[in-house]
Structures are given as C-alpha cells and as structure tokens.
Design a binder for this molecule. Sequence first.
Ligand SMILES: *Cc1c(COP(=O)(O)O)cnc(C)c1O
Length: 391
Amino acid sequence: MTTPLVSSDAGALLGVYARVGPHFVAGEGSQLIAEDGTRYLDFVAGIAVNALGYNSPVFRDAVMRALEAGLVHVSNLYRTEPGERLAVELTSRAFHSGGQAFFCNSGAEANEGAFKFARKWSGKSEIVAFSGSFHGRLFASLAATDRPDYRRPFEPLLPGVQIVPLGDTEAAGRAITPERTAAVIIEPVQGEGGVRPIATDFLTFLRELCDACGAALIFDEVQCGLGRTGTLFAAERSGVVPDIYTLAKPLGGGLPMGAILVNDRVAAAMAPGDHATTFGGGPFVATVALDVLRTVAEPDFLADVRANGEWLGGRLNALASRSPRVSEARGCGLMWGLELNEVAAPIVAAARERHLLVLTAGPTVIRIVPPLNITREDLERGTAILEDLLA
Ligand SMILES: *Cc1c(COP(=O)(O)O)cnc(C)c1O
C-alpha cells in the first residue's frame, strides 16, 4: 500500500526544524508509541498542547459528534452554534462580566490580533514586552519576542515594540507612557523563556500602570492558560485581570485553534471589517474546544492538576537541593522548569534514550509540561528517570 519511510524522506520538509528520534505512529494516554512499538512517556504533550493526552474519550467523542453534524467549515459569514457557545463559556470564565471572543488558528495569530485590537482601542501604536518573553514568530509577535537568534534574520520587524527587563518596575515605568503605549504583553508564567512564574506584585504594578496610561494589558496564556498551572487562567492566582487574554496551544485538544478574549472596553472599539480570518472558530474545532474547555475547567480536574503539581514540585525542588547539576526548580501546576548548571539538550537526549520525552526552555532549562490528566504513577516514573539522569 505505502512504502516505508526512509531517512531521506525528511528532506522534502522545509529544514526549519531539527527533528529527532523515532517516527511516532500512535498515542495513548500519556504515552507515544513509536514505529517499532516502543512506548515513550510524554512530558512534552505536543509542547503543552495535548492537555488530555492521546486518544482521550473526550476528544474522540467531540470529534465524532462534530463530524456527524456534517459541518466542518462554513466561513465567518454565517452564524454557527459551537463558536458562540464557546465564546460565552470562555469569556464568562475570563472576565468578571461581559467580554467577547475572536477565534483564530494559532498562538502567534492570537497575539497579532490582540495588538491590532489594542491599537484600535487605544488610538496609540507602541507595544511593551519583557525579557525572556516568547509571543510567536510573525512580524509583530516576533518583535515582542526576546530571542535575538529568531529575530535577526528577519529584521526590520514591527517598529515601536520595546523589550523591558522582566520585573524591573522603573524600566517599565519609563517605557509605558500615556502618549504612546497601546499594549503591554506578558506571559503570567513564561514558557519558552525558561518557565518563570511572574510575581503577583509585578502583574499588579502593570495593571495599575496600564490603567493610568490607557494601555491594554495583554496576558499571553497561550502556554500557561487553560488549566496548565492548576487554575483555568494562570493569572487567577494573582487576582489580576487583563484587558485581553490570548489562548491557543491546548484549546482545540490538538486541533489548531487560538482565541483572543477581550473585555467590554476593547470589544466596543471593534467594528465589522476590523479583523477577520477564514478558518477561525469553525464549527468543527469549536465543538471540540468546547468539550476540552468544559473538561479542564472542572473543579476536580483543576484540583488534580494542583495536587500533582505540588507533588512534582516537591520532587523537583528536592532534586535541585541535592544535585549540584541543578540550580533551581521553577513552576506551578504541571508546568515546571529545571534550571541546570549545564546545557540541557544532552539531558533531553539521554531521557529520550530512556523513553522519556522532555523538552528544553532556553539553553539550560529542562521543561516539563505533561498531559494535564497524567496519572501519578506516570508522573512518578518519569520523575525517577530525570532524578537518575541528574543524580
Ligand atoms: C507557543 C507560544 C506562542 C506561539 O504559538 P504558535 O501557535 O506556535 O503560533 C505564543 N505565546 C506563547 C506563550 C507560546 O508558548
């Protein structure tokens, strides 16, 4: 029927990824299964996408129901039910009252849209972001991303975007001005930048400064949102509510989907024609996302994420205090980083040899973002492998 893949077949894919390891052919729960039948314990979860793991009944049922409805896509010219319901359920959980949602197809797209909305609402143009940030790979989101290697070949990026030292209130106070600043964007827990939970004081400071300056505060919860940290929105633990949330990775249960949630003030500035996407929020993805959202928003589900996260954090902190190779463990919920005193990539490769998948977050950090419904046994098994490798 089909011929087996040979190594040169990878050459037909654009060479922008340094792909490694086995061909994965199936998945089940928190495990990925390779061509030769080997099972890998997955602490990567498609880069914080597969919140419900692989082949989850919730995802399968939603997909089957969405297919049976006979509608995958009808365009945003017409009303469909799933997207409207999803918008209600997301905004009612995001804001104390009101709010509206715009659906798109990825995290970068969500941030690009958020910047447009902030400009339209504020009548200003500048954007302030922070060191260590990652907001995507398009021209505006890349301009707000603090990765010189990703940026340099593609300059000039969007002008008027400043990157300020994270946590530096004086520098932020100078950069954020009533005359020019349209938006301030921050990840409440930085992901790619090394897994760094942001102090509540700093988020509160930004909220007050944005209010004083008429700038939109954007929380990029593409990675840390939707249950990852043990609350539905990562910023909940701080009590700070942004003007705009951006979401993506886990929202579609593995299908591409992003969302921009805006409060009523920002929503009021937007009119027909101001923004659009062909695919965003179609009935198929929205049906699946609604079931993903309802699952991860369940209080019992979130309580399990917190309990497993506390357990995992305890083990990783203990590892950091006894191993001279680990300087610090940072994180919350099921989003953790181990800061090493050495380069992280060889440890990631060694873990893969032991059939455990983990990823990096910058050169010296091992990142752990397993499915949110991972069992304690699987968490224990993977943690023991990491402990062994870093002893
Ligand atoms: C992954 C990520 C993005 C970009 O999402 P894409 O879907 O890859 O465009 C943006 N912000 C954060 C915090 C992310 O982790």
